[in-house]
Structure formats: C-alpha cells, structure tokens
Design a protein around this ligand. Structure first.
Ligand code: ZN
Length: 284
C-alpha cells in the first residue's frame, strides 16, 4: 500500500491510495472519520446570579438560549489538539481527575448587548495558553441583549468520534476508484471519438496538437461512462473501468489537527490495529 499526496493544505488533503484493496480503502475512510483523537469541550459550568460588567454595572446571568444548547454549541468548537501533549483522561497519570496533560479549561465572561464568539473562550493557566485558543475565532455561540450576561467555565478533554461527533476531526471523507480510460481509435473514427468528449460532464478529456483525444484529468472522472454511451456502448472506441487497487481520496479537517497530522494519525491507528489483530491471531 502506497500513498501519493496530490494536495496537502492546512485543513484539506487529496491523495492517491495505491496498490491497495477496497477493504483497506474503506478501513482508512472509517479510521479518518471515527478513530482520530482530539480535544473537545465536554463539561460546562454555568455561574448564575449577578455578573459585574467591566463598566461596573450589574448584569443578569441569563441568555436567550437554554444552557444545554449553549453547552452543545461549545462542545462543537474546534479545540487545537497537540497529540504529543495530550492524552485521554482514562490513560492519564492523574487517573481522570483532570490535569494539564488531559484537560484544557476555558472561561467566558461577557455582558450584553453583544454576540459571544468562539474567541471569547479564554484558556486558563500556562504561559502557552494562547496556543489553546479556539481555532476559528468568529463562530457565534449566543447573542446577548442589553442587561444580559454569561459567565461559564468549560473543560475540554480528549476523545474520538466513536463516542460523539464533537470529537470528529475529519469531515467530507470520501474516495473513489481511479478510472482506467482506454482510447482505441482503431474501433471508431477519430472525429467520433473526439466528439464524444463533449458528453463528459467532468471535462476529463482534451485534444492534443495532432487532433487525438487524450485524458487530461483522470481524477475528475466519476465513472459515469457518458463518453462510452455517446459512442454507442462498450468496446466502440473508449472504455472506462474502475481500478479496484488504486483510489482517489479526499478529506477536510475542522482545524483541531492539520490534514497532515490527521492522515499520519490515521495510518498509525490502522497499523497498530493490524499488529494487535495479528498478535491476537498468533495467540489463538
Ligand atoms: Zn490528567
């Protein structure tokens, strides 16, 4: 199994999975979706009563949204995750009590009229706390009217999307079989073959200088076979088949990890699971 990177941006990746199998492609897809650990807010404590504003006026601790809706919205925010630094609470030396290795604490204290954004979550403690600020600063959480205020403490811990979607790093994970497109001008007139390229909705083909049809962008091909149909069916000049050993993959991340970190971690997880499985078979 080989991987060839086609595009690796901060939060977006496109790559080829080569010399592999449909089972492995699907295993990688499922691992990317549900087995990559990240930090997400899991506990929110609302302080009720009167909040003293920066203007020395008193505000009521109340918002237009129910507390559980705000807690849910906070849970979905992308918390930056350093996989070398953080561990799940169940594996931490603090035995799950909560410490800087397994949890990040944030506070929000804001008074209206204003919109509370993800950037209003202040990481607590540590000189490097700025590194722990929510990745996207302008995600709206709740809108406060005049005389309303919010004062909460929120704790992020590590988890995976097997338990809840708020721990899902990668989204839009998809793959398709790479196409094998064969153009045979002996079986049809060149002008007919060139004309059939017009029927391609993905604009996969181009015409070279000698007037011959060539495959310009195979990764765009969705195996719809419109080109084959417009020539009158299979074996009439163009054939398009899916290759079950080579796959075109793409996915995006929510920003808690980079696309490269996410792919590296997915391969680590798959490799570890395969070794564990082999060891268990050995024992049997
Ligand atoms: Zn801990």
């Amino acid at each position: 199994m080989d991987i060839e990177i086609l595009e690796m941006a901060e939060r977006k990746a496109k790559f080829l999975l080569k010399n592999s199998s449909p089972a492995m492609a699907n295993a990688l897809r499922r691992t990317l979706l549900s087995d990559i650990p990240k930090m997400a807010i899991d506990k929110v404590e609302f302080l009720t009563g009167t909040i003293m504003g920066d203007d020395n006026k008193e505000y009521e601790s109340i918002t237009p949204l129910f507390e559980e809706i705000i807690a849910h919205r906070l849970g979905m925010l992308p918390v930056p995750t350093d996989l070398d630094l953080f561990v799940p609470q169940s594996e931490c030396t603090c035995n799950g009590a909560g410490c800087p290795s397994c949890s990040i604490m944030y506070s929000i204290r804001k008074t209206g009229p204003a919109t509370v954004y993800s950037s209003d979550l202040q990481p607590l403690g540590g000189a490097d706390s700025d590194k722990l600020k929510i990745v996207d600063p302008f995600i709206p959480v709740v809108e406060l009217t005049a005389e309303q205020g919010i004062y909460v403490y929120a704790t992020a811990v590590m988890g995976t999307a097997k338990k809840h979607v708020k721990w899902q790093v990668a989204n839009g994970v998809g793959y398709k079989y790479l196409p094998v497109i064969k153009i045979d001008t002996k079986k049809a007139k060149n002008e007919d073959v060139v004309a059939c390229a017009e029927s391609c909705p993905k604009k996969v083909f181009a015409v070279d200088k000698s007037g011959k049809l060539t495959v310009k962008d195979p990764y765009e091909c969705s195996l719809c076979r419109a080109c084959v149909d417009s020539l009158g069916g299979a074996d009439k000049g163009i054939s398009v088949e899916g290759d079950p050993t080579n796959f075109y993959f793409k996915f995006e991340t929510d920003g808690s990890l980079t696309a490269q970190q996410t792919l590296d971690k997915a391969l680590d997880v798959l490799s570890k699971e395969a070794k564990d499985f082999a060891a268990e078979i050995e024992e049997l």
